[in-house]
Design a protein around this ligand. Structure first.
Ligand code: ATP
Ligand code: MG
Ligand code: MG
Ligand code: MG
Length: 564
């Protein structure tokens, strides 16, 4: 493959665009790879498209070799399916809704759990046809509140989304583990340094989830991790959400009274705290008034019914004053410290009772540290208190946690029967019994992965492409295209490389050497072959490795064997 710079549509920019803060955003614009069409909407120019296709190929190869089968579903998804799952209302303004001429409602797919479940429903009838794992690579639409950082958070972006259907939980777990391996390989092959972290299941719901975070100084996601034991979690997942109630709870546990008058549902409590209850599996604790027990702790995805169930406190034990003191606590009131999925919230009720509840719930003592001064907190203060921070103790081993930032490039979920139940998607098991599919879903942000690669791999001069996702592998730079030695030598070399299967870009422009060097570094192809007059006369060229900047003089006839 040989491309000439003179005809390539790659409008480079000399200056940093003012609209961009992040290195990847700046460089993709400057290298003429992407252009903004409107807020959160980007066009991928030829160079970006070449890299995106390489990422997609890696994704396809790994999905196919880990049990996936590629399909392509419509982008436009009927409202009925979203209504069946309940997400038409729950998804909120992020869902882009459209109507056809008959006023039938649709959504531009932000994700395809419903559509994919509907696709297999009534087709997969027997356990013998399971498991199935279907994926697609497609544009997705989310009307993000703050589209920003170029390809990182677009309103339209390319995603690989996969959905698995298993007969039982063990099957789902096996498929999930397979996807974990596939993801690990995909990001490594893309040249990304990623860490898997425990995640919040978010809008999609479900029980177990891991995010793949590309570590980056300016990543949007905050992570806490432990060097001692390897524990790592999304800060959101490591956050306990606390609701404080200051009055008596209703007997059924569904209502609480806050400082504001009147009764509140969990949703209202969440709203008061500024938390989207539907978009979180964080725990909410409802705490009762003076003299009454703590009413309920609602771990993540439990429904209101579970609130009632948790009225039964189980075996808890009151802590002695000495025990309290040994935890550094005084009587009065304590505040929450980062809990992975746990909850800690105590206000003016019996401190001992609450603490002992928490001990009974097997929360490690370390989470009980940190006294609060016994005043009301604003919702922001509660959230701040509740999120895990550097120095908090690791829930697994107790060592101090560290903070890092990352870019969420992929996420895998064990959904269980959340969607199959909602959409009545069933199969017959070995005993002829009707059962709901055990589902998993698995996303990768293809365009975000491209941006993450640039974010991790660049210097002051420009992008430094890892070979597997570089738009081209080699750039041939004849410094003087009007020279009758240099130009023919460059053409011959470029042809030879292309014939060997090396993806080659030939800078055939009549530009000054300085301009060519700058553009070559900005574009960041892994190898540059520079042909100068003196060198070519002696039969040598300069081979530059973009990653380490090393230049070596190489005999012209050896170039192909060195880079191919
Ligand atoms: P985020 O937390 O960044 O909003 P998400 O958790 O909402 O992402 P998922 O629903 O898990 O995203 O979607 C799967 C993948 O799609 C994400 O891991 C991410 O790589 C990518 N993705 C999600 N939203 C966007 C977006 N607005 N622009 C580009 N890529 C995105
Ligand atoms: Mg999101
Ligand atoms: Mg997320
Ligand atoms: Mg996610």
């Amino acid at each position: 493959m040989l491309e000439k710079m003179s005809r390539l549509y790659a409008p480079t920019l000399k200056e940093d665009p003012t609209e961009a803060d992040l290195a990847s955003h700046k460089l993709l614009l400057r290298a003429g790879m992407i252009r903004k069409t409107a807020s959160g909407l980007y066009s991928y120019l030829p160079l970006a498209w070449r890299s995106l296709e390489k990422i997609e190929t890696i994704v396809r190869e790994e999905m196919d070799s880990h049990g996936g089968q590629e399909v392509l579903l419509p982008v436009l998804t009927p409202a009925e399916l979203w209504r069946e799952s309940g997400r038409w209302d729950v998804y909120g303004p992020e869902l882009m809704r459209v109507q056809d001429r008959h006023e039938r409602e649709f959504a531009l797919g932000p994700t395809h759990e419903e559509t994919m479940t509907d696709l297999v429903n009534h087709e997969l009838k027997s356990y013998k046809q399971l498991p199935q794992n279907l994926y697609q690579i497609q544009q997705k639409f989310r009307d993000e509140l703050r589209p920003r950082f170029g390809l990182m958070r677009g309103r339209e972006f390319i995603m690989k989304d996969a959905y698995s259907f298993d007969a039982d939980e063990a099957g789902l777990k096996a498929t999930y583990d397979q996807m974990y391996d596939a993801y690990d390989r995909i990001f490594k092959r893309c040249g990304l340094h990623c860490v898997p972290v425990a995640a919040d299941s978010g809008q999609i719901g479900g029980s177990s989830s891991i995010e793949f975070m590309a570590l980056a100084e300016y990543g949007e996601a905050a992570i806490v991790h432990c060097d001692q034991c390897g524990y790592a979690a999304d800060e959101e997942a490591a956050t306990a959400v606390i609701a404080v109630a200051d009055g008596p709870a209703t007997p059924d546990g569904e209502m609480v009274e806050l400082d504001t008058p009147g009764a509140h549902t969990i949703e209202e409590v969440a709203a008061l705290l500024g938390v989207d209850r539907s978009a979180t599996r964080k725990s909410i604790a409802l705490v009762n008034g003076v003299g009454e027990p703590v009413v309920a702790i609602v771990p993540g995805d439990h429904e209101l019914n579970d609130v009632k169930a948790s009225h039964a406190f189980g075996d808890y034990r009151l802590m002695t004053d000495e025990e309290l003191e040994s935890l550094g606590l005084v009587k009065g009131c304590i505040g929450p410290v980062g809990l992975p999925e746990g909850v800690l919230c105590v206000c003016d009720i019996s401190l001992q009772q609450s603490l002992s509840w928490l001990v009974g719930a097997n929360l490690p003592e370390k989470h009980l540290a940190g006294a609060c001064p016994g005043r009301d907190f604003t919702p922001d203060e509660w959230l701040d208190l509740a999120s895990a921070k550097a120095g908090d103790r690791c829930p697994e081993c107790g060592a101090p946690l560290k903070e890092a930032r990352g870019i969420e490039v992929g996420q895998i979920f064990q959904l269980g029967d959340k969607y199959s139940r909602a959409l009545h998607a069933t199969f017959l098991d070995q005993d002829g019994k009707e059962r709901f599919f055990q589902m998993g879903c698995y996303g990768i942000g293809v365009t975000r992965t491209l941006a993450a690669v640039v974010e991790q791999s660049h210097d002051e001069a420009g992008i430094v492409w890892p070979v597997p996702v570089a738009p081209f592998e080699v750039e041939v730079l004849p410094l003087d295209v009007s020279d009758d030695l240099v130009w023919p030598a460059a053409q011959r070399l470029a042809d030879e490389l292309a014939a060997l299967g090396v993806q080659t870009l030939l800078d055939d422009r009549k530009e000054r050497a300085g301009v060519k060097f700058n553009d070559a570094d900005l574009l960041g192809l892994p190898y540059q072959v520079v042909l100068g007059k003196r060198g070519v006369k002696n039969g040598t060229v300069e081979l530059k490795d973009r990653a380490d900047g090393e230049r070596t003089d190489v005999p012209l006839e050896d170039v192909a064997s060195q880079v191919a």
